[in-house]
Design a protein around this ligand. Structure first.
Ligand SMILES: *Cc1c(COP(=O)(O)O)cnc(C)c1O
Length: 381
């Protein structure tokens, strides 16, 4: 039996009728780009998240690009972001001629370290991108406080974290702007591509809506240079169906994650990497353990926050141990994934930095492994 990371055919099966009805509705409407479905979806997801403005866009990468562009990021500007993230976070900064300034991540939750964000704020800092990695919110309070002190806007890259909370606050409602992705692997994945930007700021929302259609409010009258970042009607219609089931889907993920934690503890003697949250920046230990120790994903915000488990990521310490485990699981038919084999400061398009500058990120790249949420682990490893 093969266990894939994600089985979308099975996940969509219960909503098949609703998805087909959504398709028929769009087919019969004759309108395919930025129409009634997109508008309805924007309203429904704004209500779901609890934010005044939600703007549907082409994908999560473009959402980041548009957010940065709306904040005026351009050549020479610095934007602080984690090095341990998906490429789009840093790529969006570079696409506008800006300079991504990297920070390391915390052992507790793999999220960016607030203390390093604070220490890297300088005169060229134009924005901060806090990524809510793997479905868990970064610790936002110290980041928001430092940003407010310096008058710098914060973008939440919530591509993996729709529905996650930090001290009761929804991802995408805490910063100046929030960006989301509806790529099929995300928790609200569409049957193609899509993205979203959230904000409380009406004038930023207005500006982003213009940038989405080549900077024109009135067609063919361009106030600024934007691009084609439009969301399709068919994707919005599918997303409306899946949004109705999102709450239940996230509950199921949490149940599956709790079960997997127990299984890892009983079968592989897995332990938590730290006794308490360290993402506010206390000295990290990078858990000096016997090679081959399995470290559980530590839910930092436990009690105050909610993880959405977009990815269930463990760490296996020691040289080569992660890859050995991956091989054993593959022999058992269990597919796994590595998020991410290279940090951003190690990418050839950005590499200007010393090896070893971001020790946690480099360790994560060698030691982390994402497991399918639904799997039975072999007892021997
Ligand atoms: C997926 C992802 C994106 C990009 O979203 P796309 O819709 O694939 O363009 C951006 N940031 C993070 C952290 C992501 O995981």
């Amino acid at each position: 039996m093969k266990i894939p990371m994600l089985n979308l055919v099975a996940e969509h099966a219960p909503y098949r009728g609703e998805l087909l009805a959504a398709f028929e509705r769009v087919l019969d409407s004759g309108r395919f780009v930025l129409g009634a479905e997109v508008e309805a979806f924007e309203q429904e997801i704004a209500d779901w998240i609890g934010v005044p403005h939600a703007i549907g866009v082409s994908n999560g990468s473009d959402a980041l690009l548009l957010a940065l562009q709306a904040l005026g990021v351009g050549p020479g500007d610095e934007v602080i972001c984690p090095t341990y993230t998906f490429f789009a976070t840093a790529g969006a900064v570079a696409r506008l001629g800006g300079e991504p300034v990297f920070v390391d991540s915390a052992e507790c939750c793999y999220n960016l370290r607030a203390d390093q964000v604070v220490s890297k704020i300088g005169s060229k800092t134009k924005a901060i991108i806090a990524v809510h990695l793997f479905g868990q919110c970064a610790d936002m309070d110290p980041i928001l406080a430092a940003a407010a002190n310096h008058g710098i806007p914060v973008i939440e890259d919530a591509a993996q974290a729709l529905g996650a909370k930090d001290k009761g606050r929804q991802a995408g409602t805490m910063g100046t702007l929030g960006t989301f992705s509806f790529f099929p692997t995300k928790n609200l994945g569409t049957l193609g591509e899509g993205g979203l930007i959230t904000t409380r700021d009406a004038s930023l929302a207005e500006k982003i809506k213009k940038l989405r259609v080549h900077g024109a409010k009135q067609k063919y009258f361009h106030e600024m240079v934007g691009g084609n970042f439009r969301l399709h009607e068919i994707q919005a219609a599918f997303l409306r169906v899946k949004l109705r089931h999102l709450h239940g889907a996230l509950q199921n993920r949490r149940i599956a994650a709790a079960r997997l934690v127990e299984e890892l503890q009983s079968k592989w003697r897995a332990v938590f990497p730290v006794d308490r949250c360290v993402c506010e920046g206390e000295r990290q230990s990078l858990a000096r353990t016997t090679p081959g120790t399995v470290l559980l994903p530590y839910a930092c915000q436990e009690g105050v926050g909610e993880h959405t488990w977009n990815q269930f990521v463990i760490r296996i310490t020691g040289p080569g141990k992660r890859d050995e485990t991956r091989e054993i699981l593959a022999q058992d038919g269990i597919q796994t994934e590595v998020y991410y084999p290279r940090a951003m400061h190690q990418q050839s398009c950005f590499a200007k930095r010393k090896v070893g500058e971001f020790l946690s990120a480099e360790t994560f790249c060698k030691e982390t492994l994402a497991l399918p949420l639904q799997c039975q682990l072999p007892s021997q490893r």
